[in-house]
Ligand binder design. Structure first.
Ligand SMILES: Cc1cc2nc3c(=O)[nH]c(=O)nc-3n(C[C@H](O)[C@H](O)[C@H](O)COP(=O)(O)OP(=O)(O)OC[C@H]3O[C@@H](n4cnc5c(N)ncnc54)[C@H](O)[C@@H]3O)c2cc1C
Length: 489
């Protein structure tokens, strides 16, 4: 006899499997998860869970109760079917490079790491689409597509590790999105698994047409893991540009840099990328091993044009002239791959150096009308200087994406509060000048508190109806995007 929950249960004679008779809901979490997935695909030890406590922000830690790593979509479906009985939040995670507190278990629960769903299932170069699993990394996809003469344009700087799943869920942008547009412009279809384990295809190779008529993919893109688990995507591809020219120019002040940006945006050469690094970022690069001889105190602009060879070659002179006429200290440009890499070096090095220079850093993300650039940047400098916090700006200047990086030490009492105060002031000003809360990183739990700055009660009610329709108890990624989305088990 076995005593369970006040009842005596008869065990089969000499049963070695008495434990199997305990209802699943009463077993420890590891055992309950192992009933849904093979044992090696369930992580519950403290050391394993520690790796999943934070995202790219790094300084805010929320330990999950468990992590699961489904081997394929079928295992993910089996897991999702069992989640209701687990009664815990479910948080999807790709590479964990989010900079908005997206793939973290703020309310505890189970993180689903999609790293094993990494097959590129079909490349249809003639039809300009491909079918990929959600854990494929961006740079892997690029390398696989290149020999076919096609490419997938969205290019967040985290490309070596970030996954398509994370990109679609946060509607990622990137340097070349100024001309090409962000992730949402390239998603033809999404395969999504809902919490009941049902599998839905929204769109497909033919977009919202043909046999995939439920064209709800736009709900999925940018949903930040709050609606469903993505397993597969159909992506729109473009022909590889024949030729690329990269320009690097430095400027003595913000006024001249800004006039170069405005002139480039208005010119018919229509650059693919316009990137900017401020003098504090330039100083950071120049005092590191990545120094590339940039003038002290200068603003750096990185510009790229691409397209058919004859066309882009004809645009080289006008673009370099625009950069010079705006008041550049120097302008360098090249079509040679090795030289182009050198021109990109300072811009690309900046992200990595920020992480090395400071125990903690926050990358804020907002969009502003370009006319407000000088004013909002000045606010960042003034607020950060007054609080004694180091601020470095490196961003996609062409499309008004602003990314002030605040370097601080979360172990020092008061430092984080200072950064949060500056971030709030920044967001308030961003809204006042006609901008909005996120250009590309999403809202996550880092910016959910700012949502009422932009959206009134009616808009919030309508927006909240969407996750509630797919996931009424808010079991998927609770406390994200809207800070009232709490899972009550
Ligand atoms: C150095 C650096 C540079 C960056 N540069 C850029 C940039 O230029 N542009 C830009 O847009 N971002 C940038 N980012 C932010 C980040 O890389 C992107 O948001 C990226 O899209 C996140 O991908 P990921 O695989 O790491 O997703 P995660 O960080 O793991 O997750 C992000 C969100 O997606 C959800 N999610 C993940 N997988 C799935 C899935 N299969 N189904 C449903 N939901 C899912 C998560 O729940 C979470 O809400 C940068 C980050 C770093 C660290």
């Amino acid at each position: 006899m076995f005593h369970l929950d006040g009842k005596l249960i008869d065990l089969p004679p000499r049963s070695r499997y008495w434990y199997d008779l305990i209802p699943l809901s009463l077993k420890p979490l590891a055992a309950r998860l192992s009933a849904l997935l093979p044992r090696g695909r369930v992580l519950t030890s403290a050391a394993q869970l520690a790796a999943y406590g934070a995202d790219g922000l790094g300084y805010k830690n929320y330990l999950p109760d468990a992590v699961v790593l489904p081997a394929d979509a079928e295992e993910l479906v089996r897991f999702m079917r069992g989640t209701k009985s687990l009664g815990l939040p479910v948080v999807m995670r790709g590479a964990g490079t989010s900079l908005s507190g997206g793939p973290v278990a703020v309310q505890g629960g189970i993180i689903v790491h999609t790293s094993a769903l990494r097959a590129v299932r079909e490349i249809n170069a003639e039809g300009f689409w491909c079918e990929v699993e959600s854990g494929v990394t961006l740079n892997d996809l690029d390398a696989i597509l290149k020999p076919h003469g096609v490419f997938y344009p969205p290019d967040p700087s985290s490309g070596p590790v970030c996954t398509l799943g994370g990109n679609v869920a946060s509607n990622a942008g990137g340097a070349h999105c100024f001309r090409y547009g962000v992730t949402s412009n390239y998603i033809l279809g999404v395969e999504a698994v809902l919490l009941d384990g049902s599998v839905h295809r929204f769109g497909g190779p033919a977009g919202g047409r043909g046999p995939w008529r439920e064209d709800w993919k736009r709900f999925m893109i940018g949903s930040e893991g709050t609606l469903a688990a993505f397993t597969r995507f159909w992506l729109r591809l473009l022909p590889l540009p024949e030729k690329v020219w990269t320009f690097r120019a430095t400027y003595p002040d913000l006024r001249t840099t800004e006039s170069a940006i405005h002139a480039l945006v208005a010119h018919s050469s229509y650059p693919a990328a316009i990137e900017m690094l401020d003098p504090r970022g330039v100083a950071m690069v120049e005092s590191s091993q990545m120094a590339c001889g940039l003038p002290e105190g200068s603003f750096l602009l990185l510009v790229e044009i691409d397209g058919p060879a004859a066309l882009v070659d004809a645009r080289v002179a006008p673009v370099s002239e625009i950069l010079r006429q705006a008041g550049a200290l120097d302008v360098m440009f090249s079509e040679e791959d090795t030289i182009r890499k050198k021109l990109w070096k300072a811009r690309k090095a900046a992200g990595g150096l920020l992480g090395q220079l400071s125990p903690s850093y926050v990358v804020q993300d907002a969009v502003i009308p370009k006319r407000a650039l000088a004013e909002v940047l000045q606010l960042v400098y003034d607020e950060a200087d007054a609080a004694g916090i180091r601020a470095v700006n490196v961003f996609h200047a062409g499309d008004g994406n602003l990314h002030p990086n605040f370097l601080f030490d979360s172990r020092l009492p008061g430092d984080l509060e200072k950064v949060e105060r500056i971030s709030k002031r920044l967001m308030e000003r961003v809204i006042e000048v006609g901008g909005t809360l996120s250009g590309e990183h999403g809202i996550g739990n880092d910016k959910s508190g700012y949502m009422p700055l932009v959206f009134g009660p009616d808009s919030m009610r309508l927006q909240l109806a969407v996750p509630a329709a797919f996931n009424p108890a808010h079991q998927m990624n609770p406390l994200k995007v809207f800070d009232c989305r709490r899972f009550a088990s």
